[in-house]
Design a protein around this ligand. Structure first.
Ligand SMILES: [Zn+2]
Length: 201
């Protein structure tokens, strides 16, 4: 799966929290606390805002303290992405054009990787750019219409590679590196576009 990625990453933690970090969280990081009927507290960066979801009666400071370093790291990455976002342009290609483009890239990469797609689906998704099911159905986010060609190509490559390697371990990245040496830059750029696009919808 190509989660839009670490951009909306969330951490689920067990209820029996052990506080291991000292509380030195950057107080300038804004966050929103949501009390909800959940079993375990969790942190989300689905958009650029940190949301702390906690069960009723749970002190959010506990989870904020525990994941202090993770929060700072995410926050820094998001700030970097937002800075980059100022220089990015969004494509105005139509959904039809996106489908054609994905089709062209996919045919190429599937031939190279010797894999066969079962179904290609397009829909608007709130949490990821694309995904690959165990039956090799590929789903692409229609919001990809706003991305530049090279990032569309990268997402197609990423999902096609998942037909060979389901997770994000080393063999997966070895395949990706064969075609996109600079995949880390692409991944980062995708974060940037994610925030940019979600600011406008
Ligand atoms: Zn993936």
């Amino acid at each position: 799966m190509f989660r839009a990625s670490r951009s909306h990453e969330s951490i689920n933690v067990a209820a029996d929290l052990q506080v291991g970090y000292s509380y030195n969280m950057d107080k300038s990081i804004p966050y929103k606390v949501v009390h909800r009927k959940v079993k375990h507290p969790r942190l989300e960066f689905k958009t650029k805002e940190l949301t702390v979801i906690v069960p009723h009666g749970y002190d959010p400071a506990i989870i904020l303290q525990k994941y202090d370093k993770w929060i700072s790291r995410k926050h820094r990455l998001i700030q970097e992405c937002l800075k980059d976002a100022a220089n990015k342009e969004m494509s105005d290609r139509t959904l039809g054009d996106l489908k054609d483009l994905v089709g062209v890239y996919l045919a190429d990469v599937c031939r190279d990787l010797d894999v066969t797609v079962n179904k290609i689906l397009f829909r608007k998704m709130r949490t990821k750019w694309a995904s690959c099911s165990s039956h090799n159905n590929l789903t692409f986010n229609t919001l990809m219409a706003r991305l530049p060609d090279d990032l569309v190509a990268y997402i197609v490559l990423h999902e096609a590679a998942h037909m060979l390697e389901r997770n994000h371990k080393k063999p997966f990245w070895n395949i990706i590196t064969r075609y996109a040496n600079d995949y880390k830059a692409h991944e980062k750029e995708l974060h940037t576009y994610w925030y940019l696009i979600h600011d406008t919808i």
